[in-house]
Design a protein around this ligand. Structure first.
Ligand code: 7TS
Length: 404
């Protein structure tokens, strides 16, 4: 059982006020908050052993290198990757996807097909469109239904021996739908296509096992799992990472450099040019340690309770419609009030200290599908409470009265 009072005490920001009211933070899908345990790790790094890594013989550099590589091991264990060198530390999900898309430019031929889903964040759409422009590959889209689920029959029909790559999010950021990635991966592999799963929204809620999934690439950002911004990871199977060309050239990613010919470093350094976000990498490891100490089963059980309670309570409000009604979803509730713009609701909620996100959530094709400008999105984390959901419901009721 999750002790929310004890957990909330770990997050200093949760006791601040916004506009004179206690903060109710329901924008967790955009970024999660940071516990003191992770803040302490960041302070410790800059207070005690800030140094560049992989290159100094001095003590500070060695301490920083050890902690950074330990963090990579923590991430490897968390995702159950076979090798630590299959974990590439990047600036986040967006960079991880761009790295793979860049690499596939040298693999795809004109007329090859790549498949995306209708439920994607822009960062899992635009890099592939750029790839198609470069290579002449063709982008196909798995359609969605009104519940916000993927049409799996259509997916099966889209697959063929022309399909080279499929990229789908594990969980939709705009609607919370949990996609059937096991089946998506299995079917893609049957036609010889590789699969990239965007786990940015999944990692706060579940613990993916990349070997059990047999996924080729899995990407995420630390700031969604109680870590800092500007750091994330790309898991790639060794065979794929070996095949892909480097993404950026620079220091760290080379073996030997001359003006005649440069040879590249082995994994993971081949994809880690330049001085990385050292403190961020170490804090990413600490954030996963923090969440694992609570336990992902405990987190999921608690968040499911919040989702059920929030859904029931919000639906008590007349004229409120929820977008994304799959039975398989996480603690994200996207909604609108009839005849009222989501931005106006979000602005009034902020006056009451309640942080939600409004707009298209970087998933414009979903909004186009529902023919709406955007939604109000309340996304719950394990440190939220039912009392905060009550405050949201009261806030939405008040907003409705003021805006009708
Ligand atoms: N993919 C998904 C599914 C996401 O939700 C996000 C960020 C990204 C990719 C990009 O992650 P980044 O860390 O590289 O920026 N999603 C959101 C959101 O829903 N609101 O703000 C950011």
């Amino acid at each position: 059982m999750l002790d929310s009072n004890k957990i909330r005490a770990d997050f200093p920001i949760l006791s601040r006020k916004v506009n004179g009211k206690p903060l109710v933070y329901f924008d967790n899908a955009a970024t999660s908050q940071t516990p003191q345990q992770v803040i302490d790790v960041i302070v410790d790094y800059y207070s005690n052993y800030n140094a560049n890594i992989h290159r100094g013989v001095h003590t500070l550099s060695q301490e920083a290198t050890d902690k950074y590589e330990n963090a990579r091991n923590t991430i490897q264990t968390h995702f159950n990757a076979k090798h630590a060198y299959e974990i590439i530390l990047t600036s986040g999900t967006t960079e991880s996807i761009n790295l793979v898309a860049h690499g596939f430019a040298s693999i795809l031929d004109k007329g090859d097909e790549i498949i995306v889903s209708a439920l994607e964040h822009h960062s899992n759409i635009v890099p592939w469109q750029i790839l198609c422009e470069k290579t002449g590959a063709i982008l196909k889209v798995i359609p969605m239904n009104l519940e916000g689920e993927l049409e799996m029959d259509s997916y099966s029909e889209l697959l063929s021996d022309k399909t080279k790559l499929v990229f789908v999010n594990h969980i939709s950021n705009a609607l919370g739908t949990i996609n059937p990635i096991e089946s998506i991966i299995e079917q893609a592999h049957k036609v010889g296509a590789a699969v990239l799963i965007d786990g940015a929204q999944a990692c706060p809620h579940v613990k993916p096992d990349v070997q059990a999934l047999d996924v080729d690439f899995y990407v995420t950002s630390a700031h969604k799992v109680c870590g800092p911004t500007g750091i994330g990871m790309l898991y790639g199977k060794e065979e794929w990472l070996t095949k892909l060309p480097p993404y950026q050239g620079g220091g760290e990613m080379i073996d030997e450099v001359s003006f005649e010919k440069t040879t590249y470093a082995g994994l993971p350094h081949k994809f880690e040019a330049g001085t990385p976000n050292i403190c961020g990498g170490i804090a990413f490891g600490a954030a996963l340690d923090y969440m694992n100490a609570i336990g992902f089963d405990t987190i999921a059980e608690y968040e499911n309770e919040l989702l059920a309670y929030g859904t029931k309570r919000l639906l008590e409000i007349e004229g409120l419609k929820i977008y994304g009604t799959s039975k398989n979803k996480t603690s994200v509730i996207s909604f609108n009030l009839k005849g009222i713009h989501p931005y106006d609701v979000g602005t009034l909620l902020d006056k009451m200290g309640i942080a939600v996100r409004t707009g298209h959530h970087c998933a414009q094709p979903i909004m186009t599908f529902y023919n709406i400008p955007g939604t109000v999105r309340a996304s719950f984390a394990f440190y939220n409470t039912k009392e905060e959901i009550d405050a949201l419901v009261e806030g939405v009721k008040k907003s409705k009265m003021m805006l009708s």
